[in-house]
Design a protein around this ligand. Structure first.
Ligand SMILES: NC(=O)c1ccc[n+]([C@@H]2O[C@H](COP(=O)([O-])OP(=O)(O)OC[C@H]3O[C@@H](n4cnc5c(N)ncnc54)[C@H](OP(=O)(O)O)[C@@H]3O)[C@@H](O)[C@H]2O)c1
Length: 338
């Protein structure tokens, strides 16, 4: 089968697609999934170079998020509700490949109204934003939220979810075209280019001087954003897409009576697994109803060009979720036209 096999640490641009990679080994609790689409994440770029906390032993296949069908030759472990051909999505090591082995109890049925491309970027991105807004910041109807990198993978989900929760959303991003995406596809109420000087003044103007109740930050721009946070505001630390772990003078926390909260979605599987069920029940209901919709970047890369997709992600050119199409599927084509 085809797979991006990492045999030594290197930048993804130097990684070639292997055409005769071995089939993935399945453990007793695993099913085999035919990957139809895979989601690209910034940590894939880091992992290929040995700069990510998860360092599988060599050789390993790159990629994590996927959507696909249970393979016809998959074993079906005892208690597993899936059967061959079922549409599923999930995350495991090795998504940039024709097939992936994954624990049956970690995958989720793909709602009928979503394409494989849309499903490929759900598993990490959407619960991260949902739990940050609902479980951590407890965002309330009528509150105002500033979403940084609002056109990016987690950001564009946060914008949509905040709207569904009844909040007023100010989307901040680094270019006019990305801001247009936030309005057009995600329903942001206001947009601000946070590369312009004194952008916080625009946020203060929108909020009539009060500032925002919640800041959602996947970039490393918390300190900047505190210039326009309200008294008793909550700031969510989601990630450091700018490549530097931000330091914060704690007097800023004291001066405005604010709370800084972190969210590491991956930890819930170990620390609070019951929360996964609650979050996914809500999310699947929202996704199935069409109240929120995964936004896929306009260029969908074939597997042979997956590393170009990671390059575009790294160069900050993309918006929404960047997806690799591993198999062309009639279902996906039909639904894409809807
Ligand atoms: N805490 C968690 O559980 C969790 C879960 C998932 C992801 N994350 C983290 O969240 C961050 C964003 O993930 P994502 O999937 O939304 O990524 P993404 O789709 O690549 O979006 C990241 C955005 O960050 C902005 N950015 C600012 N400076 C950048 C730089 N120097 N290089 C690249 N991007 C830069 C860009 O938007 P502009 O051009 O508009 O500035 C870019 O679109 C990542 O650090 C990721 O690791 C955390």
């Amino acid at each position: 089968m085809r797979a991006y096999v990492v045999k030594e640490w290197k930048h993804p641009s130097e990684l070639a697609l292997v055409h005769n990679a071995p089939e993935p080994a399945t453990g007793p609790e695993d099913v085999l999934v035919d990957v139809h689409s895979a989601g690209l994440n910034f940590f894939d770029i880091l992992q290929a170079q040995g700069k990510y906390q998860v360092k599988p032993p060599f050789p390993f296949t790159l990629g994590a998020e996927f959507a696909g069908k249970i393979a016809s030759n998959s074993q079906i472990p005892k208690g597993c509700p899936f059967k061959s051909g079922d549409r599923v999505f999930g995350s495991a090591q090795g998504a940039f490949a024709d097939r992936i082995a994954v624990r049956w109890n970690s995958i989720i049925p793909l709602p009928d109204n979503l394409t494989f491309d849309q499903g490929a970027g759900l598993f990490i991105t959407w619960p991260t934003s949902y739990e940050a807004l609902v479980g951590r910041a407890e965002l309330k109807p009528g509150e105002t939220i500033l979403v940084n990198a609002a056109a990016g993978g987690v950001g564009i989900a946060a914008v949509q979810l905040a709207k569904v929760l009844g909040a007023r959303v100010i989307a901040a991003a680094g270019s006019q075209s990305k801001l247009d995406i936030c309005k057009q596809y995600a329903g942001a109420d206001y947009t601000v280019d946070y590369t312009t000087p004194d952008w916080q003044k625009q946020v203060l103007k929108i909020t009539e001087g009060r500032g925002v109740d919640v800041v959602y930050d996947p970039v490393g721009r918390i300190k900047d954003s505190l210039k326009c946070i309200a008294f008793k505001g909550r700031a969510l630390v989601i990630g450091f897409a700018a490549g530097r772990i931000e330091n914060l003078p704690l007097n800023l926390v004291l001066l405005k009576n604010i709370s800084i909260m972190g969210l590491h979605w991956g930890l819930y599987a170990h620390k609070e697994p019951s929360r996964l069920l609650v979050v996914w029940k809500e999310l699947l209901s929202l996704l199935s109803s069409g109240k929120v919709k995964p936004i896929v970047y306009s260029t969908v890369y074939p597997l042979a060009h997956a590393m170009e997709g990671l390059g575009a992600l790294e160069r900050r050119e993309t918006w929404g979720k960047v997806v690799v199409r591993v198999r062309d599927d009639e279902d996906a084509k039909a639904m894409a036209k809807l």
